[in-house]
Ligand binder design. Sequence first.
Ligand code: GLA
Length: 385
Amino acid sequence: MSAKWSVTFEKNSIKRNFWQRSALGTCLCLALAATANAEVTVSDFGKTADGVTVKQFTLKNAKGVIVKLISRGATLSEWHVPDKTGKVDDVVFGYDNIAGYESGTSYFGCTTGRVANRIAGAKFTLDGKEYKLAANDGPNTLHGGVKRSLDKVVWEGKPTASGNGVEFTYTSPDLEEGFPGELKIKTTYTLNDEGALRIDYEATTNKTTPVNICNHAYFNLAGAGSPTINDHEIKILADRYTPVDDVLIPTGQLAPVAGTPFDFRDFHKIGERVAQLNDKPGKGYDHNYVLNSQNGSLALAAQVREPRSGRMLSVLTTEPGIQFYGGNFLNGANGKGGKTYAHRSGFCLETQHYPNSVNTPSFPNTVLKPGETYKHTVVYQITAQ
Ligand code: GLA
């Protein structure tokens, strides 16, 4: 049995068969229709340095879009999508082999966690007990730790019953990377015929623990390996952002974007004002935006368009924040197919809770308790016109 997602945008619709209402009075409408042509193929991608086999899953939709996922890090490794003329390019960063992923330090396409982004001072206190983590970003913990963060472990993967997706599962034992509780995690990718890749995260724990999981795909909509993202135009549906200190920890303030280079309430080229941030913390865009939609429904968060290819990425999420990272730490590393990834040649839109939430009581809660289920949905949709 297989099925496909069919998604349409309807203005001011009051229908109820949709994922959820988004901002701007637009609805992302969903209908499930049976089809015979959705397919997932499974192959071996290679072995880790420890000898564990990594599987590769290939998803295809009816329009010729191909998405590849690998079980190390439940990672989005390839996304081949036509431009406005029909020319197909792979628009996400990755490596040709496991050794590339193992030696890489940029988190290409991975599932990031248990706690994505930064935890100040590599520690937090829960129920009166202090937990110490490994510091891997100056004094802070970045993206879940050092050896067994979610991007580095090999997940179990299998095609979903619907036939157009892959479900990855991983059980992180108590105190892995210092985090309390056995955490059972599910990451499900689903591709539809309208070019939308939906990712659903779920997690449960047997001890109180912080959770903040996201995807860390890098995009260049002109094709991964293109020299810059400066000409990409971005819009982020956020009136505020979280300013940071010298080591990229939020100060706790929710500051207005108005009158700053962070104002993307209307489309601006990424390169238009980035030089104003060259000597500031992050050395460019590397900031969490406070999304206007804060009620947990699936809502439009950001859009990016690339004028020459005509491709446009829309990002919808249930999360309250989005980290806009402009590839400031990319340094020309080698990627897939002989391509190199230059400084600021890719961007990430990481839907998540705000950085260092576990140490910032005024931010939306990231603490998961036994009996509760962590849920997070993100949709990345690429169209071309
Ligand atoms: C995140 C961080 C950046 C950087 C990248 C990975 O987006 O916010 O500072 O660490 O991951 O290189």
